[in-house]
Design a protein around this ligand. Structure first.
Ligand code: FAD
Ligand code: SF4
Length: 341
């Protein structure tokens, strides 16, 4: 690991001042915030992230680790640990998809350390990104090319990719936050602001080294997830190469508001298959106003994957993604639903 300076931020303004050069999720940013460290320290040991200054924001956890359910929805502090939120009774009852996305992620030890803010900002697991001995990686070295397009791309994305990068977004929680219209609360050098969660990660539009729309020095302080009938009838289904301690090959976050057999509103997020946390308004539109049976579910999944682009090793993904979403929709339809409170 390369030498770096370590500083602890006592409050948000100090975090923003010390973190003034954090960049937009850029690999070469000279300053990185440290929360649980389970992504950051890994990538520093691999010599992928090379900050000269690490700003520890974990002391802010006293103020930024709360979980609160109100009439407007759910508030999650960015420094709450994954395990705290996964086990929280209000989250399990009123937002089961959020609790499931967290409890199916990583391992007990990691969930006890890792924060929600760090979770949504985790980096791709593309092997060429994580190994600097590969020269060509546009995400790590802008303009160098993409080794994965012609190389090993078994778990790479099929939705939202371009010719510069086909990296998969590996996280689980972000898929649910995208589906459920969540907002990100930010605090930075020019004050506080709110951002739609679907605008936090940038699209693959020729600049894969710019991963987020965070401004330099901005700290994620929390997430607001609105209330809605679909949050209670919700689930997160994750398909992977082994049944624990593994990233998704394909996943689906589904929330349904039903009027008897008919879908009143639907919320659909897809994971493991896309460049960034993926919402599918196309699939949602197919479902609304229709009875939810296998034929409707299949039509929705065809709409969700209509734009899929594959590169050989990941040719199986659109079909796996479709099957995952059909299963998730039919399971969500038959869920017992808790009363609102
Ligand atoms: P850190 O490592 O501290 O930070 C990560 C990044 O976010 C850094 O760039 C940091 O600067 C930035 N950052 C952190 N907090 C903030 C903030 N509040 N504001 C602004 N910037 C911030 N995840 C899944 O979703 N599913 C899985 O199945 C899964 N499996 C895993 C398996 C392994 C072996 C490992 C090592 C990780 C796995 N993960 C998985 C990823 C894990 O969940 C993340 O590493 C973790 O959530 C990151 O949180 P952290 O607090 O440790 O972040
Ligand atoms: Fe790099 Fe993206 Fe290509 Fe992977 S897919 S090698 S992260 S440019």
């Amino acid at each position: 690991m390369r030498p770096f300076t370590y500083e602890r931020a006592g409050d948000l303004s100090e975090a923003s001042r010390l973190g003034a050069n954090t960049g937009q999720g850029q690999t070469d940013a000279p300053v990185q915030f440290l929360a649980g460290g389970t992504t950051l320290v890994d990538l520093m040991k691999l010599d992928v992230l090379r900050p000269t200054r690490v700003v520890d924001i974990s002391p802010l956890g006293a103020d930024l680790a709360g979980v609160a359910l109100t009439s407007r929805g759910l508030h999650l502090g960015a420094l709450a640990t994954m395990s705290k939120v996964a086990e929280h009774p209000d989250v399990r009852r009123a937002y089961p998809a959020i609790a499931e996305s967290l409890s199916l992620a990583a391992s007990d030890q990691l969930r006890n350390m890792a924060s929600l803010g760090g979770n949504v900002l985790q980096r791709t697991r593309c092997p060429y990104y994580r190994d600097p001995s590969w020269e060509a990686c546009n995400k790590r070295r802008p303009g160098s090319g993409c080794t994965a397009i012609q190389g090993y791309n078994h778990n790479h994305a099929v939705l939202g990719v371009d010719e510069n990068c086909i990296a998969q977004y590996p996280g689980d929680l972000g898929v649910v936050l995208a589906a459920f219209d969540a907002e990100v609360e930010l605090s930075g050098p020019s004050g506080a602001r709110l951002l739609a969660f679907t605008s936090l990660h940038r699209p693959a539009d020729g600049e894969p080294h710019l991963e987020t729309n965070l401004r330099p020095g901005e700290v994620i302080t929390g997430f607001n997830v609105p209330a809605g009938a679909w949050t209670r009838r919700s689930l997160y289904l994750k398909v992977r190469d082994r049944s624990s301690y593994e990233f998704a090959l394909a996943s689906a976050a589904v929330g349904l508001d039903m009027d008897g057999e008919t879908v009143r509103q639907a919320r659909i997020g897809l994971g493991g298959v896309a460049y960034r946390p993926w919402r599918s308004p196309e699939a949602e539109a197919v479902l609304v106003g229709k009875p939810l049976d296998e034929a409707t579910a299949k039509a929705a999944t065809d709409a969700a994957f209509a734009g899929a682009v594959t590169h050989g090793g990941n040719d199986f993904k659109p079909e796996l993604g479709r099957r995952t979403l059909v299963r998730a929709l039919l399971q969500a339809q038959s869920l017992p639903v808790s009363e609102a409170s």
